[in-house]
Design a protein around this ligand. Structure first.
Ligand code: ADP
Ligand code: ZN
Length: 209
């Protein structure tokens, strides 16, 4: 099963992807996590990517495409995978189409007025990348990950100016993928519910489970 999670920043793609990982045992491939990991290791790619991420812009297609190409060649991807944050441009989608066949694109549909608040309240685990929210979904102990006990932090790009820019970037460069994949007949819209499990119910329904 090869799945793409599509939707604006703050839609909950990563959270739903993690639930799919638990359910199906497939790897979650988050380009954002890969880039932040590269930065943490101080690689050239990470340092280059940070300039764009901090500005709320997309990292150049060629960098991201080669990153993904390498990742989905690894043996753990043979049975399938969940792409979270890729593709984000038509060019990326076309490149992916030349590498592999995707089964389903889950388009997470969410009211745009909730996105800003969610992104500003987001806290991410340094250890396992789990995502919490200080208002919507707080960790049991403030600043500590429920899953691994790691430290929660606020991402550099979860500030008002960068978030505003990221939402623009989504509308201009990524939203066209909705029609692109609808035209291929593999897009499923997923309404977000009030609670995470309700949304996950919609995800499972979209997958025919
Ligand atoms: P969110 O979905 O909340 O915006 P991500 O962690 O997916 O967060 O992405 C953070 C940043 O990483 C993006 O704003 C962008 O700069 C970069 N990035 C992630 N995925 C891609 C991609 N597929 N193409 C280009 N840039 C990307
Ligand atoms: Zn953790």
């Amino acid at each position: 099963m090869k799945i793409i999670m599509l939707g604006p920043p703050g839609a909950g793609k990563g959270t739903q992807a993690q639930l799919l990982v638990e359910k199906f045992g497939l790897p979650q491939i988050s380009t954002g996590d890969l880039l932040r990991g590269a930065l943490g290791e101080g690689t050239e790619l990470g340092i280059e990517a940070k300039k764009y991420m901090d500005a709320g812009q997309l990292v150049p297609d060629d960098l991201i495409i080669s990153l993904i190409e390498e990742r989905i060649k690894l043996p753990d991807c043979e049975e399938g995978y969940i792409l979270d944050g890729f593709p984000r441009t038509i060019e990326q989608a076309e490149a992916l189409g030349g590498i592999d066949n995707i089964d389903t694109v889950l388009n997470i549909v969410v009211d745009t007025d909730v996105l800003m608040g969610r992104l500003m309240g987001r806290r991410t685990c340094r250890g396992c990348n789990a995502v919490f929210n200080i208002t919507g979904r707080p960790s049991k102990v403030e600043g500590v990950c429920d899953q691994c006990g790691g430290e929660l932090y606020q991402r550099d790009d979860d500030n008002e100016a960068t978030v505003t820019k990221r939402l623009d970037t989504y509308n201009n460069q990524t939203a066209p993928l909705i029609d692109f994949y609808r035209g291929k007949g593999i897009l499923k819209d997923v309404r977000t519910g009030k609670e995470i499990p309700e949304t996950f119910g919609n995800v499972m329904m979209a997958l025919g489970h």
